[in-house]
Design a protein around this ligand. Structure first.
Ligand code: F6R
Ligand code: ZN
Length: 192
């Protein structure tokens, strides 16, 4: 396809798998080592099966300023101990780049924080649009019991992904389920 020609594609309901896919990324439980706070529950679950936690369908574009990368992110339902399945989460390498999400299916939260220590959590539910401003790391968390959390995203194609910062220190907030329902707690393992 000529890079300079406009194009369109479909997100057909109910499965919302794009009609055009250039790259399909699958992340299993083993890719999230060190991210769930209950390490015993993590090790036990991993010893049973390296489950698929989330998938991304990307439409590829040149990774240069001026272009947008877009696609669909699907976080499957489930928990590690009391903590809901989630994406690894990242800062953009070019920190001054934003991202936009549109929720197609499912329920959950976007957990966000800045390098300066500001935290924000936004509810994700069908029809909601989320704007992640420049500098905010972001992680999607699926809190549906049975349904996938499906979002459409778009962000500057030169943004890049810094996974290492979050891998080392985690996010400051965690989303858990307790007997009263969904709970947001401070991450006891967060490393300053
Ligand atoms: C891209 C972006 C999303 C995520 C996707 C998977 O900048 O934020 O497309 O890449 O939700 O999450 P990660 O990249 O954290 O594994
Ligand atoms: Zn991003």
């Amino acid at each position: 396809m000529n890079n300079d020609n406009p194009f369109s594609f479909l997100l057909p309901f109910p499965e919302v798998i794009p009609s055009r896919i250039d790259r399909h990324i699958k992340r299993h439980l083993s890719a999230l080592k060190g991210q769930f706070f209950d390490t015993q529950a993590y090790d036990l679950l991993l010893s049973q099966q390296d489950q698929l936690i989330y998938e991304v369908y990307e439409i590829h574009r040149p990774e240069v300023a001026g272009e947008l990368l877009l696609g669909i992110s699907i976080v499957h339902p489930g928990k590690v101990g009391v903590e809901f399945f989630m994406t690894k989460g990242h800062f953009h390498t070019v920190l001054d780049t934003a991202e936009i999400y549109y929720v197609l299916k499912g329920e959950g939260f976007m957990v966000m924080e800045t390098p300066e220590g500001n935290c924000a959590i936004e509810k994700l539910s069908p029809g909601r649009v989320l704007y992640v401003p420049p500098r905010w790391a972001h992680r999607s968390v699926c809190t549906s019991r049975q349904e996938d959390l499906v979002t459409f995203f778009a962000y500057p194609a030169n943004a890049g992904h810094d996974y290492g910062t979050i891998e080392q220190r985690g996010f400051r907030k965690l989303i858990l389920e307790n007997k009263n329902g969904i709970e947001i707690i401070d991450n006891p393992n967060w490393l300053k």
